[in-house]
Design a protein around this ligand. Sequence first.
Ligand code: NDP
Length: 266
Amino acid sequence: MPESSRTVMDRLSLSGRTALVTGGSRGIGNGIARGLAEAGADVGVVYRKAADQADRFVGELHAMGRSGSFAHQADVTKKSDLKGMVDAALGNWGKIDILVNNAGTGVAVAAEEMSEEDWDFINDVNLKSVFFASQVVGRQMIRQRSGSIINVGSISALVANNPQKQCHYNAAKAGVHMLTKCLAVEWVDHNIRVNAIAPGYVETDLTRPFMQEHPEQAEQLWKMGTLQARFAAPSEMAGAAVFLASDASSFVTGEIMVVDGGYTLR
Ligand code: NDP
């Protein structure tokens, strides 16, 4: 179909596309993976520990017709595991159209008490892994001469949000945002677009413990600090991901799309 006759809904479709999603078995990654599949993509659900959830989810994807979907175990901090992830995708699909670098974690540690191990752990999971996953998948996308990479950053890269003592996490996420722009510039001639989503407060296993242990702070600082006065569900990150993965965003690269219910407006 000539480009000029494709409607915007045609261009949003991910039918026939293939997507690797790290941390795809639960939380935000699961919301994004589900959205990509609903838009038509087969999904490689990359998990580290949550094997049962990953397998159950792949069963759901098969039931909805995304029969090329599969689960794959990988620790994103290990380069050999990232290579294994790419080999699994190429074995299943022969190509990789979309990579979502979502896997991440956070730990609260006061700056004056932070050890080198604390710093390295958070930066390895949240930033270094994003670079090396992008590198190993990017090499394949360069061979294909096409691809869309979506990194999950954070509003914590944009504001030093109280009361979380997590300067290592915030710095890592700021690194993810800048890395997104740098790779967008480096790989534009290979027809690879690189963008990021910066979520606000999303209710997941990552944020729930703080909400339960500090309900008043979570209510006042997180929920009421959000213009829409609520937390997001993981599924609310899917729209941005589908848009950025699809041809509907063909002129969008190096963008940090803030999806935060207005948290960073004030
Ligand atoms: P969850 O804790 O719910 O899920 C984290 C996911 O990351 C899990 O699927 C986990 O896999 C995976 N993961 C963690 N470490 C590794 C690793 N070393 N190798 C492979 N996979 C790993 O977190 P969220 O869904 O809340 O967060 C997802 C992303 O969104 C993160 O990058 C986070 O920083 C970011 N974010 C979250 C916000 C929020 O409010 N929740 C706000 C802004 C950004 P497994 O279960 O298999 O171990």
